[in-house]
Design a protein around this ligand. Structure first.
Ligand code: SAM
Ligand code: SF4
Length: 329
């Protein structure tokens, strides 16, 4: 490795979040409440396998060792297994993760594992089937649970479960969630609801800060785990009586961005320096042949000089992101 992606604040980037589609079959209230709506304009197709290979290779040549495949719902892509394989076979990439709503996991997770998928995050906002349906617009609770069980069966040592905290909805499920991870190798990640461009009163009605949850955990014997160099922004807590762990993701907390180690490429081939940044920097024209790699790297490096020290969520500014499915949450 001769180069390293770094920004003007000495932050180094090891972790690429790659969105492979913005289509989704769920209607999560905080993300796509009306479901996926293709925009009428003639937009380019999603990045292809050869484009994925080139962009991941360029990132790997500049220090990236972890790629998360996300979306929309990434497993809706027919070539999802090939995408996993392509990323996993890129020299330098040793962690291939995905974030999924889990609806296809029970059937396919073994195949994904064989293709090289090393880490799985599944979104599961409730342990109550009715409430799950209410939040996601899909009656798929049992499919998702079967997928999680299957993933553990085929050999994943730990599964991460993303739960978006929603006041007066799933926040009351906390005891059930705790009980669930008592004897299971699951890291429950409670994510604070983030306000995005298309969100209206949902945020005001349902945002709940992770601070009270953190205080509750500490008061009940949970201990903060030390961060490792490439760890994400979650504050992870462990407890001697629990096999599972709890992660808190609190993007509104001061200092959240100081450990930022990730960059994003959207399913249309744009570089996003932040989940809550601007419209993104076009990379696709430089993903067309292997010979363009140095130009691609140069454009990304130049783009990085414009990366802001922090997002501006607390000032009510969520950038140009209409919802997280658009650039990959
Ligand atoms: N469809 C996949 C899924 O749901 O796991 C991957 C894409 S989804 C955009 C990635 C993650 O972003 C999910 O865990 C979801 O719960 C989270 N998310 C979406 N919108 C959010 C918001 N406004 N605030 C916090 N988390 C959000
Ligand atoms: Fe789809 Fe994921 Fe957004 Fe839910 S959070 S609507 S599953 S992209």
């Amino acid at each position: 490795m001769t180069q390293q992606f770094e920004d003007g604040y000495q932050r180094r980037f090891y972790y690429l979040r790659l969105s492979v589609t913005d289509v989704c079959n769920f209607k999560c209230t905080y993300c796509l409440p009306d479901g996926y709506r293709p925009d009428g304009s003639k937009r380019p197709s999603f990045i292809s396998l050869p484009e994925i290979k080139r962009v991941v290779t360029a990132f790997a040549h500049c220090g990236t060792n972890k790629v998360r495949i996300t979306g929309g719902e990434p497993t809706l892509r027919r070539d999802f297994t090939e995408i996993v394989e392509t990323v996993a076979q890129t020299p330098g990439i040793d962690k291939v993760a995905m974030t999924t709503n889990g609806y296809r996991m029970a059937k396919h997770v073994e195949q994904w594992r064989q293709a090289g998928l090393t880490h799985i995050n599944v979104s599961l906002d409730s342990l109550d089937a009715k409430q799950f349906h209410q939040i996601t617009g899909q009656n798929r609770f049992h499919d998702v649970m079967a997928g999680i069980d299957r993933a553990l069966e085929v050999g994943y040592k730990q599964i991460k479960i993303n739960v978006v905290l929603l006041k007066d909805l799933n926040s009351q499920q906390f005891p059930q969630f705790l009980n669930w991870i008592k004897d299971k190798p699951i890291q429950l990640r409670f994510i604070e609801l983030m306000k995005t461009g298309e969100m209206d009163e949902l945020f005001d009605n349902h945002h709940v800060s992770g601070v009270s949850l953190r205080n509750h955990l500490i008061a009940n014997g949970w201990l903060l785990k030390l961060r490792e160099a490439n760890d994400g922004p979650a504050q992870v807590f462990i407890h001697p009586d629990y096999q599972g762990e709890i992660g808190l993701i609190m993007p509104y907390e001061k200092g959240f961005c100081s450990t930022c180690n990730r960059l994003r490429v959207s399913s249309r081939g744009k570089l996003h320096l932040c989940l809550f940044g601007d419209d993104g920097l076009e990379l696709r024209d430089l993903m067309q042949s292997d010979e363009q790699e140095q130009q691609l790297i140069a454009r990304i490096s130049e783009g990085l000089t414009h990366k802001d020290v922090s997002h501006h969520l607390s000032e009510g500014d969520s950038g140009a992101t209409p919802h997280l499915a658009s650039i990959g949450g």
